[in-house]
Every structure is written in structure tokens, then in C-alpha cells.
Design a protein around this ligand. Sequence first.
Ligand code: NAD
Ligand code: IPM
Ligand code: MN
Length: 339
Amino acid sequence: MTVIPGDGIGPEVVHEALLTLEALDLGLGLDVLDHVNADAYLRTGTALSDRDFERVRASAATLLGAVGDPRTDGTDYARGVLLRLRFDLDLYVNHRPARLLHDRLSPLRRKEHRPLDCVIVRENTEGLYAGIGGRLRPGTPHEVALDVEISTGHGVERVIDYAFSIARRGVCMVDKSNAVRNGGGLWQRRWREAAEARPDIETTHLYVDNAVMQLVADPTRFDVIVANNSYGDILSDLAAELAGGLGAATSANLNAATGFGLFEPVHGTAPDIAGQGVANPVGAILTAGLMVGHLGHRDAAKAVTRAVDRAIDLERTTPDLGGDLTTAEAGAAVRAELR
Ligand code: NAD
Ligand code: IPM
Ligand code: MN
């Protein structure tokens, strides 16, 4: 197993996730790439070397904290690490579950609307993230910037198929096909074909502006939401907060055909709280649980979720979840419940 702690709070939360994995005693060998970070990029100009890329590719699964730093904003650093791994390993699904952590952590006014339990399935290798575009007349008053949003039939079909493969109640496809005609039309056609093939599943379609409103109004109506790369990015931060907090949200970047996975909490490097020892480790810990579950250790994965639930019940949490523990104390509180 490869580990990329990354930047900011990445190493702080990954440390707690690794202590959790140690406590589970699964005999996982760890290859920690702690030299992949913004400091090294600023020094060498290399975000992720080919050698490190191969180490990730050769491993059973990879856990990543978060990458990014105010000093690398506007550079190709995040693209060079995170998007390179997602694209070059063809991790076409970004599976982002959101399940309410505790009643007290929900920002929703009506109690019956609180218990959300859904998965955002984000297309992960296309869309606006493909890096296709360019600039004309840069630096002049007539500068033009182009970022082309790519959707392919193959890419849309496989991510919609994944959404149906994990659905329990229903799948909702989210797009903006009323305004974005070409890609929208392609998503619509693939969606209709897939929906017709699965009459056993409730299927709905929403435009993205309506979808964010519906998620806030009553998230309990959603089971699986499938969307393109950008909409999935935005919907998953929203769902994370509705579930109790971004600091606890998990994600799996998957190639559903090969089973290869890169696992990372949904949150970023949180420069505003980095180095203070107050980052919530629960997102990273639950993500490590998701990862070992994916590797076949189902009981260990359940034990992690149960331990986190109990620690949250006991209000043994960091400040973002209303507690007063440090990162290390919150990690220890989860491990104390691991049985
Ligand atoms: P962010 O997710 O880092 O932070 C957003 C807000 O949530 C901040 O107020 C932060 O303090 C809070 N937060 C996030 N995680 C938390 C945690 N574990 N515990 C407590 N509070 C937490 O988003 P941002 O500020 O937009 O981005 C900061 C940097 O991270 C940027 O460089 C961005 O590109 C990068 N980023 C990386 C990833 C990744 O590697 N997977 C994901 C998102 C953002
Ligand atoms: C995420 C992050 C990344 C994304 C950034 C850091 C490029 O926000 O993993 O959600 O937009 O995919
Ligand atoms: Mn994001």
C-alpha cells in the first residue's frame, strides 16, 4: 500500500489514519511517499516523478492526504499529482459517500430531512478537468482563455453504469443540459439508455442548480447522484457539510473495471488551520476504512465506521464537529472505540 501524506493538514490527518490501520493489525505493508509535497515541487519543479508514479501503480491501493499550498496556487502542482494519478491510472469514478454523522451535526432545520445517506458518483477523468484549451493573446487587454469541457460516450456510459451498480433505491443524474447542449445531450442520451435498462431502479434527472437546492431542502430523497467532474466536485463538498462536516468526508477514486483505487478524504490541505493540530482526522480515518474494505477487509472497515460513530456520539471530536479535542486526541478517541 502506498501513502502520500501531501501538504498542510494532509500529513496531520494521515498520521491518525495510519495509527488506525496499525491498530487494526491487518499486516499491510506501507510505502510512504512523504517526499511528494509542495516544498519539493517548489525546489525541483517536479510534482510527481515517474518513479513515484510507478510505485503508486504497482501498489494494491493508495491513501492520499491532500495536496495544495498557497505557494503553488496557479501552478500545475495539484494537476501534476492528483489529476495525473486520476487520469493516468484511469480512475474514472470518484465515489463520495455522505452519511449523516450525528443529528446534532446537521445544518438542516427539519428533523425528518436530516438522515441523509447518499453517494455522489463523480466522473473523474473528463469534463473541464481534461486540460484541453489554451490562451490567446495572454497578458493583453484582448486575452482569451479556453477550457474545453470534454464528455465522451465511453466515459459517460461507464460512470453511469457504476452509479447503477451501487444503487439501492435510485439514481439521479445531474447535468446542465438545458444550457450546455453538446455534452448535455450526450449525458442525456446515455442516461436514458442506462435508465431504460434498469426499470427496477427509480431514476430521476435534475439540472444542477435545482439539484443543489433539493439537496439542501431534503437530502433524504437521494440515494446515488451521478454527475460530471465539476458538478460532482461541488455537490460532494455540499453533501459532506450536510452530513456533518467536510473534515469527515471520504472518497475513493476507482477504476471500477480493474478495481484499482486511490483513496483520499474529500477535504483539502486547509492552510487556514494547518500546523495547529486541530484538523479533523475522521475523514482520513474513514477513508482508510473505505480502502481496507475495498481490499477485502470488510470487518475491519465496519469496525472503523462503528468506532467513529461511537467517538462522535461521545462528542470526542475536533472543534469543526463541536468538540474540543486535538487531531491526536480525536484519533486516539476513535482507536479507543476500535474493538
Ligand atoms: P479545504 O478543503 O482545504 O478547506 C476548506 C475549509 O474546510 C477550510 O476552512 C478548512 O479549515 C476546513 N477543513 C477542511 N478540512 C478540514 C479538516 N480535516 N478539519 C477541520 N476543518 C477542515 O479547501 P480549500 O481551502 O479550498 O483548499 C486548500 C488547498 O487544498 C488548495 O490548495 C486546494 O487546491 C487543495 N485541495 C486539495 C484537495 C486534495 O488533494 N484532495 C482537495 C481539495 C482542495
Ligand atoms: C477534490 C479537489 C480537487 C478537484 C482539486 C484539488 C483539483 O477539490 O478532490 O475534490 O477539484 O478534484
Ligand atoms: Mn473538491
